[in-house]
Design a protein around this ligand. Structure first.
Ligand SMILES: Nc1ncnc2c1ncn2[C@@H]1O[C@H](COP(=O)(O)OP(=O)(O)OP(=O)(O)O)[C@@H](O)[C@H]1O
Length: 284
């Protein structure tokens, strides 16, 4: 079942000379991890903003095409053009690059409860959701902390917790680890894997670090100049190393090395992970 259907989507920001998205079409299926990669300025963040309706509902411009979100739990469909962002946020949640830009309450608990109070939920339901997201994001015990005092990884997990509290079926994350150190990065990517595996969430992940995408994504969109120029499984993408490198996309060393070894006839296929590379070169 498709939870996201994007058809012939084009968007130009007000006063911008060029279109930031050009005739983009793709689908995301229930439970899938769809990776989005591409050089800086290729339209990845703009695409994220169209998925939960911020574009065109709050950020205006020249918008054409359709973005339809289907709630897999009810089967209901929402065209982002006609649906308020507050309604969409209970189906599709957006997490941005910089956690600080999403955190503005005095405590972790208040940060998570904020959106829930705005939904007009009963106290018991707010407490139930609060307990659940604190547990799943590993933030239990930090309820009374002042968010700016948390580590980068904890802050980003808190930003994810506030979005998860709305109980969306789809999570869109726009470079959620780009501001984090390696420990924070591992924490956040670990949480994303958990949300998919144990909670069946559909995840759209924009990520500069292609190692995670190539290892875990079901499918990947490659963007350039506002277009989706390639779409495929990590395995299919691994056949396009030259094109990806020309775009300036940083690939994991295992893929680059295996690509070179393959050109020299040492191995037959590109390796997506270090483990694959080691086993294919006879070093398990
Ligand atoms: N608010 C805005 N107003 C006008 N143009 C914008 C705005 N935001 C982005 N753009 C332009 O839209 C294009 C796509 O930008 P976008 O931020 O979506 O790319 P990106 O792939 O996410 O880049 P990055 O990896 O650097 O975050 C760029 O040319 C950018 O300058």
């Amino acid at each position: 079942m498709n939870v996201i259907t994007v058809e012939n989507l084009s968007f130009r920001y007000r006063r911008a000379a060029e279109y930031s998205l050009r005739d983009v079409s793709f689908e995301a299926r229930k439970g899938e991890l769809l990776g989005v990669i591409g050089p800086s300025g290729s339209g990845k963040s703009t695409l994220c903003l169209t998925l939960n309706g911020i574009i065109p509902r709050s950020i205006k411009g020249e918008f054409s095409g359709d973005v339809v979100i289907r709630d897999p739990r009810t089967g209901e469909e929402y065209n982002t053009r006609e649906t308020p962002v507050s309604r969409l946020s209970t189906v599709i949640g957006l997490v941005l690059q910089n956690p600080e830009s999403q955190l503005f309450n005095m405590t972790v608990e208040e940060e998570i409860a904020f959106g829930l109070e705005n939904l007009g939920l009963e106290r018991n339901e707010i407490l139930r959701r609060l307990r659940w997201v604190l547990e799943v994001t590993g933030l239990r015990g930090l309820e009374r902390e002042f968010p700016p005092n948390l580590s980068g990884g904890q802050q980003q997990r808190l930003a994810i917790a506030s979005v998860l509290a709305m109980e969306p079926a789809v999570l869109v994350l726009d470079e959620p680890t780009s501001q984090l150190d390696p420990v924070g990065r591992r924490e956040v990517l670990g949480l994303i894997s958990l949300l998919r595996k144990e909670h069946g969430m559909t995840v759209i992940l924009v990520e500069h670090h292609t190692d995670y995408i190539l290892r875990f994504a079901d499918r990947v969109l490659v963007m350039d100049g506002g277009h989706v120029i390639m779409e495929g499984t990590p395995r299919e993408l691994a056949e396009e190393v030259e094109t990806l490198k020309k775009l300036g996309i940083k690939l994991p060393p295992s893929l680059e090395i295996s690509h070179e070894l393959r050109k020299r006839g040492v191995i037959k296929a590109p390796a997506l992970t270090e483990e694959e590379l080691l086993s294919w070169t006879g070093h398990p």
